[in-house]
Design a protein. Structure first.
Length: 262
């Protein structure tokens, strides 16, 4: 009876944690990372051969044809890169869930990836992202605390945007040149602050990914130049494999977002 009671209590606690995470994500704020073994995975066995077999093999991307950010007092703003080259761009936001399989996946896929990291999300284990950077990922800025920037004063936005770029530069040895606003929301002040903080461009997206499902703004296929968004969430493995498959099914190759901005 006591064993059965402990099992029931464990199931209830896991369900409560999952509900809290889902509610937080629905409200656009970070929630606790919940798995069957408890909050925030920090270790575990390697990926199975069956999962690794689902990683597509891509041809090398073509030599990039960069777009020139418009001159002026504001950073550029892009949902996609205006190019006809057969490329798409993988971007991953926040950093709350630190899946132990991400490094193995990145190495297996061997494709360019841009990480838009939030300072509050990564500060529990910044070294986790050092490993991803060493595997080829490029780290860019996504604010300190993930606030809604649109409508905020210049000084408030500068604190979040410049502050995040400064801290990421300190942690990872390269100050970001690109920025993604939380929720994809921005105003004219946001783009002016991004420029004044020494960054070139800010980004929205064309496709989003969650729970292994890629959702499209238009049509049912990734198009040349599209920026694909996913997050560091509990379904990271499924999400990453889904993004790779969607890009491969479209006959495209992942390319470096940084190399297309001049």
């Amino acid at each position: 009876m006591r064993s059965r009671l402990l099992v029931l209590v464990g199931v209830a606690l896991l369900a409560t944690g999952c509900a809290a995470h889902d509610e937080a994500q629905a409200q656009g704020r970070p929630g606790p990372s919940v798995t069957a073994s408890g909050p925030e995975v920090s270790g575990g066995p390697g990926l199975s051969a069956a999962l690794l077999a689902r990683v597509p093999h891509f041809a090398a991307p073509p030599a990039a044809q960069p777009v020139s950010v418009p001159a002026g007092p504001s950073a550029g703003w892009y949902s996609a890169i205006p190019t006809t080259q057969p490329v798409a761009f993988i971007t991953i936001d926040d950093g709350w869930t630190k899946d132990p399989h991400a490094l193995e996946l990145f190495k297996a896929a061997h494709v360019p990836i841009t990480l838009f990291l939030e300072i509050n999300a990564i500060k529990s284990d910044p070294g986790y992202f050092t490993q991803l950077q060493q595997a080829g990922a490029v780290i860019e800025a996504h604010t300190i605390s993930h606030p809604e920037l649109k409508g905020k004063s210049y000084d408030v936005q500068k604190h979040e945007i410049c502050g995040s770029a400064d801290e990421l530069g300190r942690l990872y040895g390269r100050r970001p040149l690109l920025f993604r606003p939380p929720f994809g929301d921005k105003d004219a002040t946001t783009l002016r602050v991004v420029h004044d903080c020494g960054m070139k461009a800010a980004f929205f997206w064309r496709e989003t990914t969650d729970k292994g499902i890629v959702r499209y703004q238009a049509g049912q296929q990734v198009k040349a130049g599209d920026i694909v968004l996913m997050h560091f969430r509990p379904a990271f493995v499924d999400d990453f494999l889904a993004v790779l498959k969607a890009i491969a099914d479209a006959g495209l190759t992942p390319a470096s977002l940084e190399s297309y901005i001049s």
